[in-house]
Write a protein that binds this ligand. Structure first.
Ligand SMILES: *Cc1c(COP(=O)(O)O)cnc(C)c1O
Length: 381
């Protein structure tokens, strides 16, 4: 029998069969009415998932591309920008803004820490930066920040907020308009249950006003050009048309389920995964609370190499999970529960981890992880 494959990383994530089937439809021309109808429908659905009345621009890119679009449309060379980092992605946005010649004011935390609104308020007051770049779900650590409070601090200081919601939008609550967020960026390949290739930016009226004064060079990422085209159901350049067709199906599935039910599923899966890890006596790296609903970071017992464990899961059972970074490469593995993931994906991953830990000589109570995961899942639904 061919090996069954399980993709349980925090992006890309598994894609439902209906969405994959849409990818296989004949390619449409991007200026044809066929495509225009699908694109227009997808744009309307995106607004619902982003919880915004404003335009959501679509780019053919990974999430980083849409984030770069925010930098070049909002900032000018040498301009100050606050960039909060509590993990890999905040650090990436500091490097990105530096590469464009911005004067980056870093607010750095240890990896795994929660950024604090009072720090954001203080650094904005000290630096007088008028734009802040923030990360909602820090995928390197599993920490989901209190983005509502961080954005409120920006709004109080009169600074625009740009939020990396790449692994959080469609997984955990995010109210673009309700929380007064100026720019929300995400990608297709995480909670939106679509293959990689599309990136999105929701933009407030205040952010649009700033675009007119910002002087960093831009062409492919020019928001104004994208908006003019989207108003006509089109894009300035050839988009990944098949991925747009697939996205439209995925958004329909998400909205049919209902965002509240989608969020509740993520919480329940996070509970299940953490309970399973604890039942094996493993230490959690991601926070042990319901806020950490996007992924679970787990440390192997001392002496058991996480890299070898992950390779064995892939080779023996067809299960792909994510690794760790830096000093933790040999200890940390991360199980994603974003998007098209159910409880049996989680018990599959936990069961395979148990088999491999026992194989490597760890003392693990057999079957405890799956039992604990199922019990936690039931309590959460
Ligand atoms: C995945 C991810 C990114 C990177 O997105 P790409 O699509 O790979 O460019 C950025 N930020 C966060 C929080 C992510 O999870």
């Amino acid at each position: 029998m061919p090996q069954k494959r399980y993709l349980l990383t925090p992006g890309p994530t598994p894609v439902p069969p209906e969405v994959l089937a849409a990818m296989a439809e004949p390619v449409t021309h991007h200026r044809s009415p066929d495509f225009k109808d699908v694109f227009t429908e997808a744009l309307a659905r995106l607004k619902q998932v982003f919880r915004t009345e404003n335009d959501v621009l679509v780019f053919t890119a990974s999430g980083t591309g849409a984030f770069e679009s925010a930098v070049v449309n909002l900032l000018s060379p040498g301009e100050r920008v606050l960039v909060v980092s509590h993990g890999e992605f905040g650090t990436r946005w500091q490097k990105l803004a530096t590469a464009f010649g911005c004067d980056v004011v870093p607010l750095n935390y240890e990896w795994g820490e929660q950024p604090r609104a009072e720090d954001v308020a203080r650094v904005l007051a000290e630096s007088r930066a008028k734009v802040a770049l923030l990360v909602h779900s820090e995928t390197s650590t599993g920490v989901v920040s209190d983005i509502r409070a961080l954005v409120a601090a920006c709004n109080d200081a009169g600074a625009l907020s740009v939020v990396d919601a790449i692994s959080s939008l469609g997984a955990v609550p995010l109210e673009t308009d309700g929380w007064g967020i100026d720019v929300v960026v995400t990608g297709s390949q995480k909670a939106l249950m679509t293959p990689p290739g599309l990136a999105f930016a929701a933009i407030s009226e205040r952010a649009w006003a700033r675009t007119a004064q910002a002087t960093l060079p831009r062409f492919y990422w020019d928001w104004a050009r994208a908006r003019t085209n989207q108003e006509k159901g089109s894009t300035p350049f050839t988009p990944a048309t098949s991925t747009v067709v697939a996205l439209n199906v995925a958004l329909r599935l998400i909205l049919a389920d209902g965002l509240e039910s989608v969020y509740a599923r993520h919480v329940a899966l996070g509970r299940a995964c953490r309970a399973g890890a604890r039942a094996m006596g493993l230490e959690l790296y991601s926070p042990d609370d319901d806020g950490a609903a996007v992924l679970t970071g787990i440390l192997t017992p001392p002496g058991i190499d996480a890299v070898a464990l992950r390779l064995a899961l892939r080779d023996r059972y067809g299960i792909t999970i994510a690794g760790g970074h830096g000093d933790l490469t040999g200890r940390l593995f991360r199980i994603g529960h974003i998007g098209y993931v159910d409880i049996f994906d989680i018990t599959t991953a936990l069961g395979a981890v148990e088999l491999e830990l026992v194989e490597r000589g760890a003392t693990v109570e057999r079957g405890a992880a799956v039992a604990a995961a199922l019990a936690a899942y039931e309590s959460g639904t």
